[in-house]
Design a protein around this ligand. Structure first.
Ligand SMILES: Cc1cc2nc3c(=O)[nH]c(=O)nc-3n(C[C@H](O)[C@H](O)[C@H](O)COP(=O)(O)O)c2cc1C
Length: 216
C-alpha cells in the first residue's frame, strides 16, 4: 500500500477478533514507530505493553467515568474539555465496548512522554502548551500506521490522561512523565477505510489565518 493510501484509509478500529497478537508483531510495530520525528530527536517515548488484567481493569475503571463526562459535555453541543470552556453538564452513561472489554483486547499499550526531554516551546504562553505533544503523537500515529501494515487495526485514546495521577501508581509512570495515550490494537473485525474529513480549503488560507481560502 502506498503512503498516501495508508494515510487516507487508516480509520479507528475499536472492535477486534479473538485472534491473538504475538509479542514479535508488537515488537515489529514498535520498531517501525520509533522512526517518528521528535524535537531534538530526543525520542521521549516510553511504552508499557499492559498484559496484566488487573492493571487493565484499573485503567478501564478510571477511563469509564471520563468517557461519561466527555459524552455529557459533548451532548451540550460544545467540545468537551476544550480550552476556555467549562461545561457544567451531567455525565451521559453510554456503554463503551472497547473500554468495558479491556481484558479481551489483544494489545493494550500505555504511551508516556518523558517531559525532561521535550522542549516546551510554547510553555511560556498564557494558554495550554501544545508543542510538547508533537514529540510524542507522531510516534503514536506511526504505531497505528505500522499496525495496519501488519494486518492490525487500532485506536489511540486519551481518556486516561485526564486521570493520570490516579493511573500513575498502577502503571508505574515515572516522575516527570506524561501519560500521552492508551493505544488498543488487534485484528480488526472491520477496517474502516472511508474517513470523514473536512476539505483542504476549509482549513487553509493564504498568507494569514484570516486570509482567502487556499486553492490550487
Ligand atoms: C488525540 C486523540 C485522542 C483520541 N481519543 C479517543 C478516545 O479517548 N476514545 C476513542 O474511542 N477514540 C479516540 N480517538 C480516536 C478519534 O475518535 C478518531 O480519530 C476520530 O473520531 C476520527 O475517526 P476515524 O478514525 O474513524 O476516522 C482519539 C484520537 C486522537 C487523535
Amino acid at each position: 500500500m502506498d503512503i498516501s493510501t495508508a494515510i487516507r484509509t487508516n480509520g479507528s478500529v475499536r472492535a477486534f477478533t479473538t485472534d491473538p497478537v504475538d509479542d514479535a508483531t508488537v515488537t515489529a510495530v514498535l520498531d517501525d514507530a520509533r522512526f517518528a520525528p521528535s524535537g531534538g530527536n530526543r525520542q521521549p517515548w516510553r511504552v508499557a505493553v499492559v498484559k496484566d488484567l488487573a492493571i487493565r481493569r484499573t485503567m478501564a475503571d478510571l477511563m469509564l467515568p471520563i468517557w461519561h463526562e466527555y459524552l455529557g459535555a459533548n451532548a451540550t453541543g460544545a467540545t468537551a474539555f476544550a480550552f476556555g470552556k467549562s461545561i457544567d453538564a451531567p455525565p451521559k452513561v453510554v456503554p463503551n465496548a472497547l473500554v468495558e472489554t479491556i481484558e479481551d483486547i489483544p494489545v493494550v499499550l500505555a504511551v508516556a512522554a518523558d517531559l525532561h526531554h521535550i522542549a516546551l516551546m510554547d510553555g511560556n504562553l498564557d494558554r495550554p502548551p501544545v508543542t510538547a505533544g508533537a514529540s510524542i503523537y507522531p510516534f503514536c500515529w506511526n504505531l497505528l500506521l505500522s499496525a495496519r501494515a501488519h494486518g492490525l487495526g487500532g485506536v489511540m485514546t486519551t481518556f486516561l490522561s485526564r486521570a493520570e495521577p490516579a493511573a500513575a501508581p498502577a502503571l508505574g509512570l515515572p516522575e516527570g512523565h506524561a501519560l500521552a495515550a492508551v493505544i488498543f490494537l488487534g485484528v480488526p473485525v472491520h477496517q474502516p477505510t472511508k474517513l470523514s474529513r473536512k476539505p483542504v480549503d476549509s482549513f487553509t488560507t493564504v498568507d494569514r489565518f484570516d486570509g482567502p481560502a487556499f486553492t490550487a
